[in-house]
Design a binder for this molecule. Structure first.
Ligand SMILES: Cc1ncc(COP(=O)(O)O)c(C=O)c1O
Length: 433
């Protein structure tokens, strides 16, 4: 019996509309629940059941019932150029004809490596992986090989992929001696609190790396002052640890990542999401000095993988990065600023509590008068759930925690249309409170 796919009692008007529009998604959820736990293979479920998408083009995506959505998720920031970006489609088609995978390097791999080395100031060399999670684990392996130490210090409410420290992304304060639920033993400190990081680093001599997001993505576009970065880097080096910045999500705020935007120079950088152009990819980069441990002739760190650097992901990534220019950064930031202004005014018009935090072209919304320090401790979940469903019935595809971003292919008219749909969604929420 498909529990989640069944229609709940006491439905709101928004939910009634959702159910009426999405019968095929509902059927697909029931079918999927027979072969996958909860009918899912990643954490994208939302009640009463999520839509199943069939295709996407540009800023739009479509579900099984042919409903059209303007995509404000872009697969959690991956699709910097929207769906089916022609240069990426062309490159991938060409590569498919040439072969998809072999146990040797391919030219697009070298091209993408060169581009990332050029764009990230501290990156002399890169190593590819198949996802952000894998690139994070590669960074940990490199830091361990380089420092001879084992443990990792991360911030509370950070997210570095599902294997590193699942509990921190849900806001639990983990005892560093408790390894349950985590693949690695991590120390935790408070993001933005340099003294907390200094204290942990001074107290332990077994830390290989301080791994931080330059801006907390899942945490809700949270930034830290420049002094935080200077002090944490100095304390890390004093303790014999490397500073690793995980750019998987926030790379898109600048061509050289958020580290360029914020003026931070780490020892290692993790890249993911956009660098694969919509195909599976991750990457870790750093200085020659740190990365030389991976040289198969002389290095002491073995990292490999059957699909790493596969020609399909690499050829898609080359096009994604090539077209991700400073002009694109300026344009998508301006678009998101327009959306932020409009949605703030619309929420006030409908009498809804509202606040938001934006970094570049990524914006986190809250239905509370002020932003909580981190998304994981938000208190507005009821309104968030209503809003997410209201967006869906008004033709917007947004993720459950309401972090939105846009793509390079959105025109000014598209942004106007997005703003109108957001306005209608807020109106529906206000009518349903
Ligand atoms: C900062 C950060 N690191 C790592 C990851 C994991 O990347 P992936 O989902 O590709 O494994 C994510 C994913 O959201 C992320 O936001």
């Amino acid at each position: 019996m498909a529990v989640a796919a069944s229609a709940p009692k006491g439905r709101s008007k928004i939910e009634e509309r959702y159910l009426a529009r999405t019968p095929l998604s509902r059927e697909m959820q029931a079918r999927a629940e027979k072969s996958m736990p909860g009918g899912e293979t990643r954490s994208v479920f939302f009640p009463p059941y999520p839509v199943t998408l069939s295709h996407g083009k540009g800023v739009h995506c479509y579900d099984l019932d042919s409903n059209e959505y303007m995509d404000l998720s872009n697969n959690y920031t991956v699709l910097i150029h929207g769906h089916c970006f022609p240069p990426i489609v062309e490159a991938v088609k060409k590569q498919v004809e040439l072969g998809t995978n072999w146990s040797a390097k391919a030219v697009p791999q070298v091209e993408l490596a060169e581009m990332l080395c050029e764009r990230f100031k501290i990156v002399d060399k890169v190593r590819f992986a198949n996802s952000g999670t894998e690139a994070v684990l590669a960074a940990v392996a490199i830091a361990r090989a380089y420092t001879g130490k084992r443990k990792i210090l991360i911030s509370r409410f950070s997210y570095h992929g599902h294997l590193l420290e699942p509990s921190s992304s849900h806001g639990e304060l983990r005892d560093p001696n408790d390894r349950s639920g985590s693949w690695l033993e991590c120390y935790l400190a408070d993001f933005g609190d340099a003294a907390d990081f200094e204290r942990v680093l001074a107290a332990h001599d077994d830390i290989a790396a301080v791994m931080l997001e330059p801006v907390l993505g899942q945490g809700g576009c949270v930034t830290a002052p420049p002094e935080f970065w200077t002090r944490v880097k100095a304390a890390a080096h004093k303790a014999g640890a490397l500073l690793v910045l995980d750019e998987a999500t926030v790379h898109r705020v600048s061509t050289g990542g958020a580290q360029k935007y914020l003026g931070i120079e780490p020892d290692l950088t993790v890249m993911g999401k956009l660098v694969g152009g919509g195909l599976p990819c991750g990457s870790v980069g750093g200085t020659d000095e740190v990365m030389k441990c991976l040289d198969p002739r002389t290095g002491n760190c073995h990292l490999s993988g059957t699909f790493t650097g596969n020609p399909l992901s690499m050829s898609a990534g080359v096009q994604a990065v090539k077209y991700f220019t400073d002009e694109v950064v300026t344009k998508i930031e301006r678009d998101m600023s327009r959306i932020q202004d409009a949605v703030t005014k619309a929420a006030a018009k409908y009498g809804l509590p509202f606040s938001s935090r934006r970094v570049g072209n990524i914006m986190q919304m809250y239905f509370s008068a002020t932003c909580p320090p981190f998304t994981q401790v938000r208190t507005d979940q009821t309104l968030v759930d209503k809003f997410q469903l209201a967006c869906t019935v008004n033709g917007l595809f947004v993720v459950t925690r309401i972090m939105i971003n846009s793509s390079s292919v959105a025109t000014d008219d598209d942004i106007t249309e997005i703003i109108q749909r957001l306005d209608r969604s807020l109106e529906d929420v206000a009518a349903d409170v």
